[in-house]
Design a protein around this ligand. Structure first.
Ligand code: KG4
Ligand code: ZN
Length: 340
């Protein structure tokens, strides 16, 4: 009888403790516990994140196994996010995964978090055909990736400083919006005029991005306006959010359009937390209609961090026989694997 490949995947790179079960490429369960403790600090506090992972990892894994209707003895491998991410947070997931693989005497699989974001597309009914370009935009990364196969990917452009998600979150912090600011900027922006204020588009060569200049220009803009009108933010919050969001979205889509032309590829995908942004989704759809792209945007729950995407990568690594040793260590700044 053929063996069924069933894998438990664990994600703990930042402030989400997540576990999923995948069997023969099909997701059976996908459990996420988000950490609320960081809200009052305006950003993720690494030490608190690690402690929360320690508290949540056992119940989250138990829920994933139960939800998937599998027991530990059904598992063929344990997968975990090895990086990039917060080192303390990654250590919790990796130690747990190793202990479990050792106890069950099954193989271990390491997963690159950003490659996993792209795999959100392989969980949907309709999957993009290779090769395609993926704009991967998260809290820590902004990349355009040429996706040649499930595990063969090449970064063709990336940010030289801040990530797009960081630009959203840091703007939110300047505006006094609680963490995570990105989703709230999106909400306020929907009620504002996106042409109320003009922010500069950076002049960066090739397919790379930069967001640090935008951050500085927002800071100086706000300082100047507040010096003239102390309640400027309060009075103009929706318009500021809409204008900043428009600039971030145009920076992203201009480079994506350039990449599509340069590589002559019209199958285009968005991935990562920022691809949950309503304006990015809307504008990408408009551009896609204009340029005749075949556009793929994952459902919102697969845009932000989850373990189902980790499970998808691990399934393909299992098929390819790419297992990790028990000495596999998590890395905060993980180099792109399988960069072919
Ligand atoms: O991929 P993700 O969940 O975690 C990382 O791997 O970083 O991305 C989180 C980022 C945060 O910066 C968050 O503010 C941003 O995604 N984000 C959004 C939206 N939803 C999440 N940014 C703008 N609009 C949204 N709707
Ligand atoms: Zn992520």
């Amino acid at each position: 009888m053929p063996i069924t490949i069933t894998i438990l995947a664990i994600e703990s790179s930042c402030d989400e403790t997540a576990a999923a079960v995948i069997s023969e490429g099909k997701i059976l369960s996908n459990v996420i516990a988000s950490q609320k403790v960081h809200e009052k600090y305006g950003g993720v506090v690494p030490e608190l994140a690690s402690r929360q992972h320690v508290q949540k990892i056992i119940p989250v894994v138990e829920d994933a196994l139960k939800g998937g209707g599998v027991s530990k003895k059904d598992l063929s491998a344990i997968a975990f996010t090895a990086g990039p991410g917060l080192i303390g947070s990654l250590m919790v997931g990796s130690s747990f995964a190793k202990a479990m693989a050792l106890a069950l005497n099954i193989p271990l699989i390491t997963v690159h978090h950003m490659q996993a974001h792209i795999h959100a597309h392989f969980l949907a009914e309709e999957k993009p055909k290779f090769p395609f370009l993926c704009l991967t935009v998260s809290g820590g990364h902004t990349q355009i990736v040429l996706v040649k196969d499930f595990l063969k990917m090449e970064i063709i452009g990336e940010t030289i400083d801040d990530a797009a998600g960081e630009a959203f979150d840091k703007t939110a912090k300047m505006l006094g919006i609680p963490y995570p600011g990105g989703p709230l900027i999106d909400v306020y922006a929907q009620k504002g005029n996106s042409h109320a204020f003009e922010f500069p588009e950076p002049n960066i060569s090739d397919l790379d991005f930069s967001f640090s200049g935008l951050k500085t220009s927002i800071l100086y803009f706000l300082k100047e306006k507040i010096s003239q009108q102390p309640d400027f933010i309060e009075k103009n919050l929706n318009d500021i959010c809409a204008s900043v969001q428009r600039r971030i979205v145009t920076i992203l889509l201009n480079k994506l359009e350039k990449a599509a032309k340069q590589f002559q590829i019209n199958t285009i995908a968005l991935a990562g937390g920022v691809s949950a942004n309503s304006s990015l989704r809307k504008e990408a759809n408009k551009l896609s209609d204009q340029l005749g792209w075949k556009l793929f945007i994952p459902p919102i729950e697969y845009c932000t961090d989850n373990a189902a995407m980790i499970a998808s990568v691990s399934y393909h690594k299992f098929l390819a026989g790419e297992f990790a040793g028990m000495d596999a260590a998590p890395v905060a700044r993980m180099e792109w694997e399988n960069n072919v």
